[in-house]
Design a protein around this ligand. Structure first.
Ligand SMILES: C[S@@+](CC[C@H](N)C(=O)[O-])C[C@H]1O[C@@H](n2cnc3c(N)ncnc32)[C@H](O)[C@@H]1O
Length: 90
């Protein structure tokens, strides 16, 4: 992505996650459209592990989030979900 993406739904998503699966720390979430990583960054800040993908190789190359709890793959979410055996929140 060349333009800056503002993750406008992240607060709503975090509120839903907090309501439904607290505590978030230690849980694993799947981010199927990583983009600039705005959503994944927030999940990581809450102590979650993140499995993420993006089908754009430039996105993978330009990722600046260095965190051992982030596993980022190149590919479509449709394929990654099939390949990933780990139990995740989708
Ligand atoms: C609007 S951005 C996502 C922004 C991201 N949530 C963030 O916080 O920065 C859209 C991204 O989704 C990716 N994308 C679209 N369809 C996809 C698919 N089927 N599988 C994986 N990534 C996809 C695009 O390559 C693009 O990088």
């Amino acid at each position: 992505m060349t333009t800056k993406h503002i993750p406008v739904l992240i607060d709503s998503i975090m509120n839903i996650l907090i309501q439904e699966i607290s505590p978030l720390k230690g849980k694993t979430v799947f981010d199927g459209t990583f983009g600039a990583g705005g959503y994944s960054k927030r999940f990581l800040e809450k102590g979650m592990s993140v499995t993420a993908c993006d089908r754009d190789p430039e996105v993978i190359k330009n990722n600046s989030i260095k965190d051992s709890k982030l596993k980022l793959f190149e590919g479509s979410y449709a394929d990654i979900i099939k390949q990933t055996k780990k139990k995740m929140i989708l």
